[in-house]
Write a protein that binds this ligand. Structure first.
Ligand code: ACO
Length: 325
């Protein structure tokens, strides 16, 4: 029986020009390059320039994905953009991208699931394609977490970075087997009982300010190592494939120790994990599409490869997507 699949047609990313090495933080905080590197795997991150908005990064990534797919914006039916750092409370950052890339039809909206945002955005895009509401969907993860850092809090501000990544998905009919290209399965989860472990201490209805990020890092760490392998395995099972079949794990890039422990739990060797955390830091919803784009540029990810992407973030919200590139 044939089925519709959401197939990757293009990928692209954008990182702001300014690169900040760990050593910069030694000037203002009681921290060291060595501590940051050994506890998180992060060596440097990119920060957006003054006045550079999340939509600016998203537009660059979107245009890169369109160029990679050799497609025009008038071929896109929908934009789903994952961010927790939108330009404004409203309108959505997605509609700003829509206007900037010259898309005058279809629809665009944001999704917000913090660091798991791209998994949620991909699942939404997949549902739009499978239900026939859209044939071609641009899925973007874009963040400027530098805007919500407490620069006096060494336990958080050294971990995050800015960036954007985008995937262009298009409906294709295929056989309905695990050998098909495209999204094969998704697995989404959240548990609001843990919202106090990772949050921003501001918001429209509470303080009327944007607030800054607060995180109980070691507690999040424990949840991450418990939940990530499980969500990846659930998605793989739904897709009808095994961890041994996976060519590339594309994890959320928060901490190298979490990435290693998840791969180990899944029984996937580290050589089959796309790792960008040293250069990007944690870019929240942008981290997975950034890693996919960089993974393709490096020659790691090739057409036909089986990928599983997994992420966890504030909410707590976590999930995984299995797709054949
Ligand atoms: N430099 C030096 N020391 C520091 C720094 C720093 N930059 N930051 C924290 N410390 C200290 C703390 O004060 C603490 O000291 P204390 O024990 O005297 O109180 C100690 O280091 C804690 O160290 P560890 O126990 O080694 O902490 P851990 O190994 O858990 O590493 C880290 C901390 C890197 C934050 C880790 O817990 C982590 O990555 N957590 C998960 C983050 C994550 O995955 N986030 C994903 C979602 S993000 C989102 O959704 C927005």
């Amino acid at each position: 029986m044939t089925t519709i699949r959401a197939v990757v047609k293009g990928v692209g990313h954008y990182l702001p020009e300014r690169v900040v090495p760990n050593a910069e933080f030694e000037k203002t905080l009681d921290t060291t390059d060595e501590w940051i590197k050994s506890r998180s795997g992060i060596e440097r991150r990119h920060f957006a320039a003054e006045g550079q908005l999340t939509s600016d990064l998203a537009i660059r990534a979107a245009n890169a994905a369109l160029a990679d797919a050799e497609m025009d914006s008038d071929q896109i039916d929908a934009i789903v953009l994952a961010t927790s750092t939108p330009d404004q409370t409203f309108p959505s950052t997605a509609t700003k991208v829509q206007a900037a890339i010259g898309m005058t039809r279809g629809f665009a909206f944001d999704v917000q699931a913090v660091c798991a945002g791209f998994a949620f955005a991909l699942a939404n895009a997949n549902a739009l394609i499978l239900s026939g509401q859209a044939k071609c969907v641009l899925v973007i993860g874009a963040e400027t977490f530098s805007r919500i850092m407490d620069w006096t809090d060494r336990s958080t501000c050294v971990l995050f970075g800015d960036g954007a990544g985008a995937l262009l998905l298009e409906a294709e009919e295929d056989k309905g087997t695990p050998e098909d290209r495209g999204i094969l399965a998704t697995d989404l989860n959240s548990d609001g009982r843990f919202s106090h472990l990772l949050y921003v201490d501001g918001g429209v209805s509470s303080t009327q300010t944007a607030g800054v990020l607060k995180m109980e890092g070691p507690e999040i760490f424990k949840h991450a190592v418990q939940k990530l392998a499980r969500t990846a395995e659930s998605a793989l099972e739904r897709a009808g494939v095994a961890a041994a079949d996976v060519d590339w794990v594309v994890p959320h890039q928060a901490n190298l120790r979490i990435i290693k422990s998840t791969a180990q739990k899944m029984g996937v060797p580290l050589e089959r994990v796309v790792i960008t955390v040293a250069d990007h830091g944690n870019t929240s919803a942008a981290s997975i599409p950034l890693a996919m784009s960089v993974g393709k540029q490096r020659g790691q990810i090739k057409q036909g490869d089986l990928l599983v992407a997994e992420a966890i973030g504030g909410g707590l919200a976590w999930g995984a997507v299995v797709l054949r590139w």
